[in-house]
Write a protein that binds this ligand. Structure first.
Ligand code: F6R
Length: 599
């Protein structure tokens, strides 16, 4: 979703902002912009437009001596993606320039109460913030005017503010949306995502909700101070920057998504190395106690992470014997079910920033229930705000479509269920190692899957069918195919097809069936026959011990319970190659964002 980068320091600010915005491209956006201070003629320059950062980089002139700038990638919420609505936005007199991530919920009320006669240039809620600050500076200092504005606005925001009368200061504030301050002797970089700080900060700290930070050049030094809403200094402990540039490169692959698919065996191995101590899976006792004490687990997540949650439900119920339910975060947020006593809430999120989940977390915390976040981003909001968090260690996932974070989530869920189970009927360490090897075998055959895609997957629509654990993989497979290839795809419980949807099966419709469990093999195969007899073009993905000679993709056997980690791999490759052949923007599919920070 929207991305923010700001810089004040000795280096050329526009270089840092533009390369930072490029690193944030993966989050998804439709327009972008930059406002910088031209030190030579002491003026502010703004470039912004619809489209990619590439356009911003190539089509404007940065041959300017500049050391202070703010930039933004916008994912439209209020108003169309066009030049006018792109950030930065100005107050009416152009004194304040501002970039904003998030949504101001009460902007209409604020306009009618404080600035009813102001003429707005854009359709965005952001301009309201700039104009409120300007209004309040009629009687207050800039710091006070910003604090007063923050006390009035409701909703989510990460803000960078420039006062054009003070070109040595950047103000930053946040509520719910993430914002980080990266510190280095020669300058301070501000960004909504750690990625943009790589190479520009030795340490960093996340700004806390409802605080604001003033980044200032005093003498030859760059200082950053955090204040609460009444202006009292807030202490922070800087964290080490331990992410390196190589981690976010494509490493020779054509696309991030392909790289991330191919990294999945190493994700499994990395997770094992992180959580195995003396050959035993070891999780913090605080987490295991919280799981063991739960009468029922409520898993809350969205999209792909929710599909991992379904597999997690199976694990908690079948390995650990704990009843578990899975909820769509955006539904749970405003329709909380009747809860049992002693619940545990598990939030699963690759980014750790999904706004729908955060609303649920806030609601659940108000009820004093225990909370655990499973996330790939240790510094994220959901990691910080839950009672406990556990890290996936999948490494930065740049492609919008989640692949390696998904398998990381499923692997972590298997470990959590396993460590709290009283009877261990299998050796998880051994079985996960087998999964990593089996994943490699299918990844090595990816060109064969590409050929199958060309033979079987048409542009029109597609169905995935499976039962039990395979059904959950079908849901994930369908989401992956539709989100990057735009082919309408449904994941169906195989047995449910005949209750209505089979009406859509006609000559040539691709149906991909997944079979990994003995107990459902016979039934899924009879569902395959049903669609075949109606003309479907069927492709079967099966595990070796339940395979049929006619199955197109036969996977090396792994423990049945871990099969979702393996069966998902060919479906990711099917999605990737379908999108590739259709010439789609695989890493940045239309309308989507990597980190969904609005509800
Ligand atoms: C799909 C995908 C999304 C996310 C969803 C939740 O490939 O990535 O469906 O899973 O937006 O995001 P996180 O996991 O960051 O909470």
């Amino acid at each position: 979703m929207c991305g923010i980068v700001g810089y004040l320091g000795d280096n050329k600010a526009s270089d840092i902002i533009l390369s930072g915005l490029e690193k944030l491209e993966y989050r998804g956006y439709d327009s972008c912009g930059i406002c910088l201070y031209n030190q030579s003629d002491q003026s502010f320059v703004t470039y912004k437009d619809k489209g990619r950062v590439e356009h911003l980089v190539h089509d404007f002139d940065y041959d300017i001596n500049n050391h202070l700038a703010i930039g933004h990638t916008r994912w439209a919420t209020h108003g169309k993606p066009n030049q006018t609505n792109s950030h930065p936005h100005f107050s009416l007199s152009k004194r304040f320039s501002i970039v904003h991530n998030g949504v101001i919920e009460n902007y209409k009320e604020l306009v009618s109460k404080f600035i009813p006669n102001t003429i707005f240039i854009s359709e965005t809620d952001t301009e309201v913030i700039a104009n409120l600050i300007e209004l309040f500076t009629e009687t207050l200092s800039v710091d006070e005017a910003i604090r007063k504005t923050l006390s009035l606005i409701e909703g989510s925001y990460a803000l960078l503010i420039i006062d054009t009368l003070s070109p040595n200061i950047i103000y930053a504030a946040k509520n719910k949306s993430p914002l980080l301050i990266g510190i280095r002797k020669e300058g301070i970089t501000l960004a909504s995502d750690l990625m943009a700080l790589i190479g520009h900060a030795d340490t960093y700290y996340p700004i806390e909700d409802k605080t604001f930070t003033k980044v200032e050049k005093i003498g030859n030094k760059y200082i950053s101070e955090m204040f609460d809403i009444i202006g009292k200094p807030v202490q922070f402990v800087p964290l080490e920057m331990n992410m390196v540039l190589e981690e976010i490169g494509k490493g020779g692959y054509s696309h991030y998504m392909l790289k991330e698919i191919c990294e999945q065996p190493s994700v499994i191995r990395k997770i094992m190395s992180k959580y195995l101590i003396e050959d035993q899976f070891t999780i913090s006792p605080k987490i295991t106690q919280m799981i063991s004490a739960a009468k029922r687990i409520y898993i809350i997540a969205a999209g792909t992470s929710m599909h991992a949650g379904f597999v997690g439900k199976y694990y908690f119920e079948n390995i650990a014997n704990i009843p578990t339910e899975v909820f769509i975060a955006s539904e749970f947020a405003y329709n909380m079910p009747l809860l049992v006593d002693n619940p545990l809430f598990i939030f699963i999120s690759q980014s750790g920033e999904t706004a729908d989940l955060r609303t649920c977390l806030v609601n659940v915390k108000q009820l004093n229930y225990p909370t655990l976040t499973i996330t790939n981003v240790a510094t994220s909001t959901l990691a910080r705000e839950a009672d406990q968090f556990i890290e996936i260690y999948a490494g930065p996932e740049i492609a919008v479509a989640s692949t390696k974070a998904y398998v990381g989530q499923v692997a972590i869920l298997s470990i959590l269920a396993y460590v709290v189970s009283s009877k261990k009927s299998f050796d998880l360490k051994l079985e996960l190692s087998k999964v990593a090897i089996a994943m490699e075998a299918i990844i090595d055959k990816r060109e064969y899957i590409h050929r199958l895609v060309q033979e079987k997957i048409t542009k029109k629509s597609c169905f995935y069918i499976g039962r039990g654990l395979d059904y959950y993989t079908c849901l994930e497979a369908a989401l992956k195919l539709k989100e990057i290839s735009y082919i309408q795809t449904e994941g169906f419980a195989a047995g449910e097809l005949k209750h209505g949807t089979i009406a859509l099966i006609e000559d040539g419709i691709p149906v991909v069936a997944i079979i990994s469990q003995k107990i459902i093999n016979k039934n899924t195969r009879s569902n395959i026959r049903e669609v075949l007899s109606r003309g479907a073009n069927v492709l079967v993905i099966s595990l070796n011990n339940v395979s049929d000679v006619t199955d197109e993709i036969v996977l090396v056997d792994v423990h049945e319970i871990l099969s979702p980690l393996l069966t998902v791999i060919p479906t990711q490759l099917i999605a990737f190659y379908s999108a590739l052949d259709l010439n789609k923007d695989i890493d940045k599919p239309r309308n989507l964002a990597k980190s969904v920070t609005v509800e």
